[in-house]
Design a protein around this ligand. Structure first.
Ligand code: ZN
Length: 419
């Protein structure tokens, strides 16, 4: 994008300066000048503006090589907060977090999202109000709300998603519905993409620019970040790793295909196998109808061999799917998240073995495989991160800073980038 108007130049400089202070946490004006190549008066003007808006504080002093010690600028990570809503197939997780990615409060409820859209939206609205109240943040200090769905989006800006697996949601725009209640910027994202964003910003993948976040839940999806950007593909369905074929004549999948990885690694497939295998075991009588994957994982940890084998089989299938992904994409890091990831080594050891057997030899030791650092909140944190990224982009920055009356914004007094 070519920046032409004085207001756009100013907004861009302000965005760069703000994001630098936010990333570093503390920095001197001189360092800012060196990093941005902006002049002292320009930096001074931008910094003063950020101080008056409450985002930056000037205090303490940095080490000096002689002469007066320069003041340090500190980013105020509690200046604003963002809300993230992770709407899975069977749960809603909501977080309110500050600008350092610290969760101030969170709520989690289990519900039948797929079949009950209206009740789900009512619950989300209630939970969002609750996390904001619990965090003790005034409503006008919430930058925005990100919501994730367990499906690919129609387009990034439509606020709607592909309802193929969730037909009850046909014709319902969750963003439009939430917009009737919340007067803040609202964003929609695919759940695995949000998980990838969260791990990249605050979790296991902070130093990597090309990563895959694999979400192991009811569905199996992946969020791809390539060169620090979410990779969506031509029409937004990139990363649907759960629907890659791993058994040519295998199980029927909910997508209509046969032998998809998801039908073996997704929770409904695992729970179906568990119910069948545990049906004869008297100690499970009465608990099989509402069996959860957490119970299966717990039983495996306690030494139940059938449950151990069940998870190991899922791990082997997962490894096949990931070998295909690694052969195509060669990411620097694979981050495993979602409920099944809690199984730890029962899942990961067979997964790695089958992955290494099938990925091309020269890549064998290149990929790092790690568990999600953010755990069950990863997707919700990613959704909130989306709101933060958007709020600090040049085009939204002035709304974020509540200073729409800035004369420079209106083009009166331009500060151009030198150099
Ligand atoms: Zn499928």
């Amino acid at each position: 994008m070519q920046i032409t108007t004085p207001a756009a130049v100013r907004a861009n400089n302000l965005s760069i300066t703000l994001n630098l202070i936010r990333e570093r946490g503390s920095i001197t004006r001189t360092e800012l000048m060196e990093l941005t190549e902006l002049s002292a008066p320009t930096i001074s003007s931008l910094v003063n503006f950020l101080i008056s808006a409450g985002f930056v504080e000037e205090k303490g002093s940095a080490a000096s090589s002689g002469g007066r010690r320069p003041n340090l600028l500190h980013f105020n990570y509690d200046a604003r907060h963002a809300v993230g809503v992770d709407m899975g197939a069977t749960h809603v997780n909501v977080v309110c977090m500050n600008l350092a990615g610290q969760v101030k409060s969170h709520q989690s409820r289990r519900m039948d999202i797929v079949n009950l859209p209206r009740q789900t939206l009512d619950n989300i609205i209630e939970m969002v109000h609750e996390v904001i109240t619990e965090s003790q943040v005034p409503m006008d200090e919430i930058l925005g709300l990100g919501l994730t769905v367990p499906a690919p989006l129609n387009t990034i800006t439509s606020g709607t998603f592909l309802t193929h697996y969730m037909p009850s949601w046909k014709g319902i725009s969750p963003i439009q519905e939430l917009g009737k209640v919340f007067s803040m910027p609202l964003y929609l994202e695919n759940d695995a993409n949000a998980g990838a964003l969260a791990e990249k910003w605050w979790g296991s993948a902070r130093k990597c620019d090309t990563i895959v976040f694999v979400k192991l839940g009811t569905g199996v999806g992946s969020g791809l970040i390539i060169g620090n950007e979410i990779y969506r593909g031509f029409s937004g369905t990139a990363g649907e790793i759960g629907h890659t074929t791993i058994e040519t004549m295998g199980r029927r999948c909910r997508c209509g295909n046969q032998g998809c990885m998801e039908s073996y690694v997704g929770l409904p497939g695992i729970l179906m196998d568990a119910r069948l295998g545990l049906a004869e075991d008297a100690s499970w009588v009465g608990s099989l109808d509402n069996l959860t994957v957490q119970q299966v994982i717990e039983a495996a940890r306690r030494g139940n061999q059938f449950c151990q084998q069940l998870i190991q089989t899922a791990g082997r299938y997962l490894g096949i799917g990931l070998a295909n992904l690694v052969n195509i994409m060669n990411p620097g890091m694979l981050v495993l998240g979602g409920e099944l990831a809690e199984a730890g080594d029962f899942l990961v050891e067979p997964m790695v073995t089958s992955m290494l057997n099938r990925s091309i030899p020269f890549e064998k030791h290149m990929e790092k495989i790690v568990m999600s650092e953010l755990g069950q909140d990863a997707v919700a944190i990613g959704a909130a991160t989306l709101a933060i990224i958007e709020a600090f982009s040049p085009s939204n920055l002035y709304r974020t800073l509540h200073r729409m009356d800035d004369p420079i914004l209106k083009g009166g007094e331009a500060i151009q980038k030198e150099g």
